[in-house]
Write a protein that binds this ligand. Structure first.
Ligand code: C2E
Ligand code: MG
Ligand code: MG
Length: 827
């Protein structure tokens, strides 16, 4: 039971107790014999009323006192039969309470408790010892001690129970009761023992002398104490008046400071009742003074802050602290929350010594709101309002911990990446890009259940954690739902925008300890989904992890490969299909890995692209190839001179200082810019048409030639082609390989050749392997060819052999491909 519960408990028992005592009193009055109402009894009652109420005994270590009336009740109990003691108890406690100006209910209740417990004591003693009046003299000392023990026990139990139910704040009934009962017992025992002694004395020297003796002692005592009080002198009176004046002034000062303070102030009872409140507090909480005074602070404070507030106030009341400050929420009359900084200190009422609290309450709502905003911003994405990576990781941590506790709980993480978001952003502008992200965030939210979390963790990356799944396959269902939901176009800036998303799914079954691990795997699965053609989802498995680890290793090894000279360049000839003249070479990079052997550029170039290492590798290849071609041109001069084709990856193509780099290499190697042909894939150009066109123009301005590699695959650049300053189209190998038995491919090649001719470009057919392919390509007027039919990519000496085989000093102008390699021409 808490303090307020104690109060309710007391209210509940007050009237039954009074009724019970009234019954007991009536019973005792009925059973009292007139022989008991003797003059000594009346005298004793008189002494009890007049002296007992004036004096009281402090109970050690307990907040409470015992009136000396109790001594006379005990005495009556030993001297006159029990009923007399009950009557004396009733009369004496009523008079004592009246003297202390107690409230009517308190007066009745306290008297009732004393009467009832005296009645119990009387009957308890009678049950054990028979006639009470024989106790003091007749009984053994042991019996007397036992009797004293019983009397003290009954009274102390009831007295400490009364103390406990009037406990003001914090302690439960049982805590308060057990804290006071021991010392209360000892005090009562002392009083009972004194009464026992007095009774024994009375039985020796007689009743009259003893009571008269007591009356004399009381009179002497009161005379002495009144003598001790110095006579109020005029001077002292003046001094007192002066003090009173000063006090009044400072009281007035305090009162106006209290009333007009900008801070809310209140005087609060130990039970939490508002006793005095100032205007600021009324404004702060939206109540009138009257309304506030009719309630208590417990009712207005937010229930979540009540516990801490009560605990602090309890410590204050117990004197463990002198003051305390708390940030709390109060409920405004209109229902909203007001954040306050509440300082509480303790004061004591001078007259009653009752503990009161002074509350100083300052409105800190604005500061709190700002703090909440900051906290929110720190954990949310400003654009979409979704949780950010930090908050997502936090959620995920909790999910992992929960799943560890409840074995069998399944969850999954989804990693989403928009497909081609960059293109939308670049072509439609960042405003539309932002609106798209917001739209996607809302659609993702609509696809999830309330317990699931969706976050934005990067530009166009979102993550989702799905909790409490029945089966892992549910995650796939959600992924499909998301993909379906995104097939509906977004209407942004008056136009329809379509987007797709690649999703990686990492289910919890793999057994994760850290959020980063499951996120990493979901990310890996997302990459797999992208590489398998985008707009799809993939579930993570162990093989993917091995693959990813392998890539990671490759990446690490690649960092050292340049320094350790593990890269080298091979050259593949490009030949005129009409004259079989050698036109030039394509430089192709190779990696000789110390443990893994030869690694195909198809495997390591994409990794190098991603990590950015392609910039250094590409630069190195460019320099190496240009050097080589310059050397060959010096050794084997021809007209037109041989050219060197060098591949540029899209990452290289978008680096801002590409022009400077190419120019630097040309200057350094002294190669004629016209002898360098840079190959760029169609997709690299199409990913960012504007800047690509600009870049191509600048490269062209340097004088280098430009080719579109793998033409015909990926993006269709047909409608843009005329805008680009391009010299050569390289028809992708996939068309050439099946040119012989596939009419459609023949048509594609024919179209590309015609297109190139119309635009003033030349054409190189890649991957020419067979005689038939060569013959058909010649028939289609394809100018140049490159492929295993002529030569596989070869090292420097192999390439030199090809050049020297086709080169004759006398016919320096026409280094024709060796006759043995010439195809049998189809008529
Ligand atoms: P690519 O630029 O289209 O190069 C032609 C690829 O086709 C080369 O593969 C070459 O060996 C292969 N090839 C040539 N003729 C034939 C043939 O008749 N049959 C068959 N089956 N294949 C033939 P490689 O060397 O494996 O290079 C693959 C790709 O790697 C290249 O395709 C290019 O995109 C890239 N790459 C190679 N070297 C570099 C480089 O130095 N920088 C950059 N950025 N990319 C490079
Ligand atoms: Mg190429
Ligand atoms: Mg190619």
């Amino acid at each position: 039971m808490t303090a307020t519960a104690n109060q309710r408990f007391a209210n509940l028992h007050i009237w039954p107790t009074i009724l019970l005592a009234a019954g007991v009193l009536a019973y005792s009055a009925f059973h009292v014999s007139f022989g008991q109402i003797t003059i000594p009894f009346l005298l004793l009652t008189l002494v009890a009323i007049s002296a007992g109420a004036r004096l009281s005994l402090k109970i050690p270590n307990v907040k409470g006192q015992i009136s000396l009336t109790e001594f006379f009740i005990f005495l009556a109990l030993f001297l006159f039969a029990g009923e007399g003691a009950v009557l004396l108890a009733a009369v004496a406690t009523v008079c004592s309470s009246l003297r202390h100006n107690e409230k009517k209910a308190t007066l009745l209740f306290n008297s009732a408790v004393t009467v009832a417990s005296t009645f119990i004591s009387v009957h308890l003693l009678r049950l054990n010892f028979g006639l009470l009046s024989e106790l003091p003299l007749g009984a053994h000392t042991a019996s007397l001690l036992l009797a004293l023990f019983f009397v003290a026990l009954v009274r102390s139990l009831t007295h400490s129970a009364v103390l406990a139910i009037s406990e003001e704040i914090g302690l439960s009934f049982w805590q308060a009761w057990s804290a006071s009962v021991t010392w209360t017992f000892f005090t009562y025992f002392t009083l009972a023992a004194a009464a026992g002694l007095a009774a024994r004395l009375a039985s020796i020297i007689g009743l009259y002398p003893s009571i008269s003796g007591m009356a004399v002692i009381a009179i002497v005592y009161f005379a002495y104490t009144s003598l001790k009080k110095p006579e109020p002198l005029a001077e002292q009176n003046n001094e007192l008046l002066r003090h009173l004046n000063v006090l009044q002034q400072s009281e007035q000062l305090f009162r106006s400071a209290f009333n007009y303070s900008a801070v809310g102030m209140a005087l609060v009872s130990a039970k939490g009742r508002w006793l005095q409140v100032n205007r600021s507090l009324c404004e702060l909480l939206g109540y009138s003074e009257e309304d506030l005074l009719a309630t208590d602070f417990q009712r207005l404070i937010h229930h979540e802050d009540l516990g801490a507030a009560l605990a602090n106030i309890k410590r204050l009341l117990k004197g463990k602290i002198h003051t305390c400050q708390m940030e709390q929420r109060y409920l405004h009359r209109q229902g909203h929350i007001v954040w306050v900084l509440c300082g509480v200190s303790l004061v004591r009422n001078v007259e009653t010594d009752a503990a009161h609290l002074i509350f100083q309450i300052q409105d800190i709502t604005d500061r709190k709101r700002a703090e909440e905003r900051l906290l929110h911003d720190a954990f949310h994405d400003a654009l979409t309002g979704l949780p950010n990576r930090a908050l997502f990781i936090d959620h995920l941590k909790l999910t992992i911990a929960r799943a560890k506790r409840n074995k069998g709980q399944i969850y999954a993480v989804l990693f989403l990446d928009l497909d081609r978001f960059k293109i939308i952003n670049d072509s439609l502008g960042h405003m539309i890009g932002d609106q798209l992200l917001v739209g996607i965030a809302r659609r993702l939210e609509s696809c999830l259940r309330p317990g699931d979390t969706v976050a934005r963790v990067g530009g166009d990356e979102f993550t989702i954690v799905l909790e409490d799944l029945q089966e892992e396959t549910e995650a796939i269902v959600v992924a499909e739902r998301i993909q379906k939901e995104l097939t509906v176009p977004f209407i942004l800036g008056g136009r329809e925008v379509f987007t797709t998303v690649s999703i990686g799914i990492a289910p919890s079954s793999t057994g994760y300890e850290e959020p980063e691990e499951i996120l990493r795997d979901a990310d890996t699965a997302m990459y797999r989904a992208k590489s398998l053609g985008k707009a799809r989802h993939e579930v993570f498995d162990k093989a993917m992890h091995a693959f990813a680890m392998n890539l990671l290793q490759l990446e690490t090894d690649m960092r050292r490969a340049l320094d350790r000279q593990e890269f080298f360049v091979q050259y593949q000839p490009i030949v005129s299909l009409d004259t079989f003249k050698l036109r030039g070479f394509e430089a192709l990079v190779r990696w000789r890995h110390p443990e893994r052997g030869m690694i195909s550029p198809l495997d390591f170039i994409p990794v190098a692209e991603e990590t950015g290492q392609i910039i250094q590798i590409g630069h190195w290849v460019l320099k190496k190839a240009c050097h080589q071609m310059r050397r060959w041109q010096r050794r084997f001069p021809s007209d037109p001179p041989l050219f060197i084709s060098v591949n540029l990856s899209s990452r290289q193509f978008t680096q801002p200082d590409l022009i400077g780099q190419v120019k630097g290499v040309l200057d350094e190697t002294k190669l004629d810019p016209r002898s360098l042909k840079l190959e760029i894939t169609e997709s690299a150009v199409m990913e960012n048409i504007e800047t690509a066109t600009e870049m191509l123009k600048q490269l062209r301005a340097l004088g280098v030639q430009l080719a579109i590699d793998d033409f015909g695959t990926g993006y269709s650049s047909l409608s843009y082609l005329h805008k680009f300053p391009i010299d050569t189209l390289k028809i992708d190998r996939s068309f050439v390989i099946r040119i012989v038995d596939n009419n459609e491919n023949i048509e594609i090649v024919r179209t590309i050749v015609m297109l190139a001719q119309n635009l003033g470009m030349d054409v190189v057919a890649e991957g020419v392997e067979t005689n038939d392919q060569l013959a058909l390509l010649r028939k289609l007027d394809c100018e140049n060819g490159q492929g295993y039919f002529f030569s596989k990519p070869t090292d420097v000496s192999g390439a030199e052999k090809i050049i020297s085989d086709t080169y004759t000093e006398s016919r320096a102008a026409s280094n024709v491909y060796p006759a043995k390699a010439r195809p049998t021409l189809v008529a």
